[in-house]
Design a protein around this ligand. Structure first.
Ligand code: ADP
Ligand code: MG
Length: 608
């Protein structure tokens, strides 16, 4: 006796629904996408009890006639593709013809729809996949879909739903995605009779983000550069400034041809684009739009259409890395203008310049020794002789800090100083005043950034100068470590580590980067291998070198608590402003924080 049977239509729809309709948020996603595909200018969404008891989506799009309305509830019925060629070049959000029948098979479903020029519309009521009523109806032109009692006929699915609050949050997230992706459409979301979001149609993404997330977020975002008309891959949108990040990926929004997606290719490209501007474990804030020919991307790879496959993933990767880098670095001019350094040649002695006059009291109120005037002026008086200071000749000559002409020195001297140094807080934060208010500089982070960029430049050019060890050291490595060292020998040498194979598993080190003060070369190598091997399994040599610098530089930059002399603070600041990415240290921590006068006024209750 044969055992294989064709499933009844309704059961087949319920099986399909298992993939498409996971929870209320997936219903909202499918319905809003249909409304967008129908050319709506306005989409209203309403949910009750997390969408479990009711979801209603109303649009003013093209609507359907009676035949189409009935057909839309059949499986594999779609107006969006007809041929295999269409499937290879999808320009709409939907294409499978599966959402409506799936949703209708697991809920009490009602559809009313009217085409703009039709006198009468159609109303169809379905329960658990069975059509119960078809009659004339339909109010305004467009389509209205109500989904009640989701999974009422599938108790097992219903059990998997989370609390109403969690389901509501999921719906809201989905709603934000759709509303962000389509600024030209007006959206509203009502939750349990309360308006959660209502945003008007707008021509710009910026306005939409402001309307959805507030003006404060907008201030933290940068526009990606306008793409070249000839680009095959167009990258647009807004991304967070260096240092702006989140603990989760919820604000890392990515759209490919208008569709919100999750993509490992794009996630890694963003990570690489931000590289040293991102703290460990943090995610960038992005509203990233990738547009490419529909034939260059396959959207038919995930049941909920949440993922895509690119024909040329490395081209997409490269385009995104380039756009992000250009944006973060391009922001430098504005930033420099805000924190303009005083011109070094015009720097008067402290006594003659009120702007640069050192304070007579430190921030705790204790009197500081009055500084002598002239070049030798030390401010504040250093208290520890052994500290590694910026002017340490060993460092400067080894990495060439003092010989590199700082670009900011070539700039025109500014007539007036844009900031005044007020003092140093806790021996770590340099306090300054600029036209906007208070600026705090983390001297350690700032120095790390300067050293990092300097060393990277060196590595890319002639290599980091190394210093011979008195005694060359040999040591053995396990097979995996040995393989890693072999593979990265060139990068290690460029980093100033004189290492070579000396037998099968034995290596010899005879020199180390000059700026390092390491006594045990073997131990140092161990630390380098442990720190980098896992992180850099697939990284490029440049990236590996950057990681190596970031990890070694940190420990050798000015330590917090190292007192800096007054001219050093100035130099530190000027060098920082000349960096490619001055806003943050190589580990993504900010180098500077601005506290505006407006913020202070608010805090002091002068302004509400
Ligand atoms: P798909 O979107 O993949 O085509 P659906 O099951 O979501 O499949 O929808 C089936 C068809 O119903 C669509 O192709 C479209 O023609 C029609 N349709 C669905 N929703 C709407 C709507 N809001 N307005 C107009 N037509 C719609
Ligand atoms: Mg659809």
């Amino acid at each position: 006796m044969s055992r294989i049977r064709l499933l009844p239509e309704i059961l087949a729809s319920q099986v399909a629904a298992g993939e498409v309709v996971e929870r209320p948020a997936s219903v909202v996603k499918e319905l809003i996408e249909n409304s967008i595909d129908a050319g709506a200018n306005k989409i209203e969404t309403l949910i009750r009890r997390g969408g479990i008891s009711l979801i209603r989506v109303v649009d003013d799009g093209g609507g359907m006639d009676r035949d189409d309305a009935l057909l839309s509830l059949e499986r594999h019925a779609t107006s969006k593709i007809r041929t295999a060629a269409d499937l290879a070049a999808i320009g709409t959000l939907g294409f499978r013809g599966e959402a409506l029948p799936s949703i209708a098979s697991v809920s009490r479903f009602r559809l009313t729809t009217r085409e703009p020029n039709a006198l009468a519309g159609t109303e169809i009521v379905v329960a658990g996949g069975r059509i119960e009523t078809v009659r004339d109806g339909g109010e305004a032109a467009g389509t209205q879909i109500e989904v009640r009692s989701l999974f009422y006929n599938l108790p097992a699915r219903r059990k998997f739903l989370r609390s109403e609050n969690t389901e509501s949050r999921n719906v809201e997230h989905q709603f934000y995605l759709q509303a962000t992706g389509h600024p030209a459409i007006a959206f509203s979301l009502v939750r349990d009779d309360r308006i959660v979001v209502q945003v008007p149609a707008t021509p710009t993404l910026r306005d939409r983000i402001r309307d959805l997330h507030g003006a404060e977020l907008i201030d933290q975002l940068l526009h990606l550069p306008v793409p070249n008309g000839a680009d095959a891959i167009r990258i647009t949108g807004l991304i967070g400034r260096a240092g702006v990040s989140r603990k989760t990926r919820t604000q890392q929004l990515v759209f490919v041809n208008g569709r919100a997606i999750e993509s490992p290719v794009i996630t890694s490209a963003l990570r690489e684009g931000y590289h040293t501007a991102l703290m460990r474990g943090q995610f960038p804030v992005t509203f990233l739009f990738v547009e490419l020919k529909p034939t260059s991307v396959d959207v038919n790879v995930h049941p909920a259409k949440r993922e895509v496959r690119f024909c040329d993933p490395s081209a997409v990767h490269e385009a995104i890395v380039g756009a992000v880098r250009a944006t973060l670095e391009g922001n430098r001019t504005t930033w420099q203008a805000q924190f303009r350094a005083p011109d070094s040649t015009a720097t008067p002695t402290p006594a003659s310049s009120p702007a640069l006059l050192p304070p007579t009291h430190d921030l705790r109120g204790a009197a500081l020794p009055s500084p002598p005037t002239g070049e030798q002026a030390r401010w504040p008086a250093p208290s520890r002789g052994d500290s590694l200071e910026l002017s340490d000749p060993a460092i400067e000559s080894s990495i060439g800090l003092s010989t590199r002409p700082s670009p900011s020195r070539d700039e025109k001297p500014s007539a007036s100083h844009e900031f005044q140094i007020i003092g140093v807080l806790n021996r770590l934060y340099v306090l300054m005043e600029n036209s906007d208010g208070l600026v705090l500089v983390d001297q350690h982070a700032a120095h790390e950034r300067i050293l990092f960029e300097e060393l990277r430049r060196r590595m890319e050019q002639q290599g980091v100068p190394s210093q011979r060890l008195l005694l060359a050291q040999t040591f053995d490595l396990g097979p995996r470590d040995a393989e890693w060292v072999e593979r990265n020998l060139e990068t290690l040498q460029k980093m100033g580590i004189g290492i070579e194979a000396f037998g099968r598993k034995t290596f010899k080190i005879d020199s180390l980067p000059a700026f390092l003060h390491v006594s045990d070369a073997h131990q140092f190598m161990r630390a380098v291998i442990d720190g980098l091997r896992n992180a850099s399994a697939s990284a490029s040599p440049v990236r590996l070198g950057e990681d190596m610098i970031a990890k070694t530089v940190c420990r050798h930059a000015v330590k917090a608590n190292d007192p800096l002399r007054f001219p050093e603070v100035e130099k530190l600041f000027r060098d920082l402003l000349a960096c490619e990415l001055p806003y943050c240290c190589p580990h993504g921590r900010p180098t500077m924080i601005q506290i505006s006068l407006a913020e202070l006024e608010k805090k002091f209750g002068r302004k509400v």
